[in-house]
Design a protein around this ligand. Structure first.
Ligand code: NAD
Ligand code: IPM
Ligand code: MN
Length: 355
């Protein structure tokens, strides 16, 4: 029987709430199916760790993570620490350095949940592919003359041909694996005349290798309109680190709630363990209330199982989650009145029925 070791990094805010919820569900799934074993190891990185140790993650955090088959991450960020310190201290200190360059963010309207778009009567079913290792998140730039009226600051978006080509290729493969075989390459090559133009050129070159995929390019501003006005015309979308960060929150809200949106930070070469997390953050406004929607993290865990080779377990888990949503056991972000543990209990009850 295969056995998987998972690094669990709950982090801050509602992160620990949704990760705790997910571990209960995945452990129940493993027990009932009996086809694989899974062991979660708690790793305490986050703001509490920072206040004790002066850093967000251990110095050898990458080596630590390499000992696991995958990671399950909650969220990071606290009201009393500047966000750029927490994020560059933990999450962004993992994604880039571990070369988890393909960030996959599927978006789907669940049965029983409302899609707020009257233009999408059948709901939404998209996959957003985000470049996850460079671009606007390269960490290049700086400040000079701090505090002076002539202070200057730069945030350099650095794109490499290798970095663009590998994500575009990955996106074409993703599009190819879906029934509609359609890819939209999002850029902003009218105003950004270097990196974005290189994106357009690389996309056109890579497209030759995928004659069975229809593709088009689209400017990111126009893409926001299209996602709202013609959601049915969209299938797989690829774009830069920052553009897809923004479009993925929009997409999640259009599908029903940010509380259901998953995110897989993949190293497609499989040299490093991949990291799975909800799209949302630490949500200070609802932390401690017990009402965080755990579905985004359940779905992220299902993506993790699938990545590890447990496709059947992943499908079964998502069926259970969808049954629970269809039955109306929903947290307040989806218009329901269930709490986090109520959703966990309902999903576990569905899993037990599989046995
Ligand atoms: P957020 O995603 O934390 O919250 C935005 C809104 O969505 C809030 O109203 C929140 O209550 C709601 N929401 C989010 N997740 C939910 C869930 N599971 N169930 C129900 N409602 C949910 O975004 P923010 O407010 O911009 O950021 C808060 C903090 O989190 C900041 O420090 C930010 O930097 C950080 N952040 C971290 C990550 C991450 O670790 N991956 C992602 C985004 C933001
Ligand atoms: C996300 C988050 C992060 C990002 C932040 C918190 C650094 O918004 O995962 O979508 O921009 O990648
Ligand atoms: Mn984001």
């Amino acid at each position: 029987q295969p056995s998987y070791r998972i690094a669990s990094i709950p982090g801050d805010g509602i992160g620990p709430e949704v990760v705790h919820a997910t571990i209960q569900v995945v452990e129940t799934l493993a027990k009932i199916l009996g086809t694989f074993q899974i062991e979660f190891t708690h790793i305490p990185w986050g703001t509490k760790y920072y206040k004790q140790h002066g850093r967000y993650a251990a110095e050898d955090c990458l080596e630590t993570l390499r000992q696991f088959d995958a990671g399950l991450f909650g969220a990071v960020g606290a009201p009393d620490v500047p966000d750029h310190l927490s994020l560059w201290g933990l999450l962004l200190a993992i994604r880039g350095p571990l070369q988890l360059f393909a960030n996959v963010r599927p978006v789907r309207t669940f049965p029983g949940t409302k899609c707020p778009l009257n233009t999408a009567t059948e709901g939404i079913d998209w996959v957003l592919v985000r470049e996850n290792s460079e671009g606007e998140y390269s960490g290049q730039g700086g400040r000079s003359h701090v505090g002076q009226p002539w202070e200057a600051a730069t945030e350099v978006a650095m794109f490499t041909r290798v970095g663009i080509e590998r994500i575009i290729r990955f996106a074409f493969e993703t599009a190819q694996s879906r029934p509609r075989r359609h890819l939209t390459v999002v850029t902003k090559s009218n105003s950004m005349r270097n990196g974005m133009v290189l994106w357009d050129e690389v996309a056109a070159a890579v497209a030759h290798d995928f004659p069975d995929v229809t593709w088009e390019k689209m400017l990111v501003d126009a893409m926001t309109v299209r996602m709202v006005a013609k959601p049915q015309s969209v299938d797989t979308i690829v774009g830069t680190n920052l553009h897809m960060d923004i479009l993925s929150d929009l997409a999640a809200a259009l599908a029903g709630s940010i509380g259901v949106a998953p995110s897989s930070n993949l190293d497609p070469t499989r040299k490093n363990p991949s990291l799975f997390e909800p799209v949302h953050g630490s949500a200070f406004d609802i932390t401690g209330k017990g009402i965080a929607n755990p579905v985004a993290t359940f779905w992220s865990a299902a993506e993790m199982l699938s990545w590890l080779g447990e496709k059947d377990a992943a499908v079964q888990l998502m069926r259970c989650v969808e049954r629970v949503c269809a039955a109306g056991t929903l947290t307040p972000d989806l218009g329901g009145s269930a709490d986090t543990q109520g959703v966990v209990d309902a999903v576990c009850a569905e899993i037990v029925k599989l046995g």
